[in-house]
Design a protein. Structure first.
Length: 151
């Protein structure tokens, strides 16, 4: 009697392939059945509600949408409202570096630190001096301009 040419491992691999093939065929049939079940034309529609969200329910025919004027729509970031500032302020120089040409003044009224550049100084100043100055809005905050020593 002759022995089978296939080993146990080969038979097991063949059985696994057959099982995979049957499972794949079964899943394909299930997908076909699910795709055909209950798919009416109405189920395929999508609606957009008043907030721009997609829903499956149609809009209420009695709903009255608000009218929006095109002038009222703002595109971009709204501009900051200008804060009215005192014209002349008093302060103390907390830091000033002559070699680099900048420093900071602590405002007596608001206790905030205000940047000062050497180009905006009318008289030479040093740390601890009491000064009067005006402010302007710069790209990084308030800048002191027209800085004078308080006598």
């Amino acid at each position: 009697m002759g022995r089978s040419q296939q080993s146990f491992q080969k038979k097991e691999n063949e059985q696994k392939k057959q099982k995979k093939k049957k499972d794949k065929e079964k899943k394909r049939e299930e997908r076909k059945m699910d795709a055909e079940k209950g798919k009416s034309e109405e189920d395929m529609f999508a609606y957009v509600d008043e907030h721009g969200n997609i829903t499956s329910t149609p809009p209420d025919p009695g709903y009255k949408a608000k009218e929006i004027k095109a002038e009222d729509i703002q595109i971009g970031v709204p501009k900051k409202e200008e804060i009215e500032e005192e014209t002349i302020r008093n302060g103390t120089v907390t830091f000033f570096n002559d070699s680099k040409g900048y420093g900071f003044i602590k405002d007596h009224g608001s206790n905030e630190s205000i940047f000062v550049h050497i180009n905006n100084i009318l008289e030479p100043i040093s740390e601890g001096n009491h000064v009067i100055f005006e402010t302007e809005r710069g790209p990084r905050g308030l800048n002191a301009i027209g800085v004078k020593l308080l006598r």
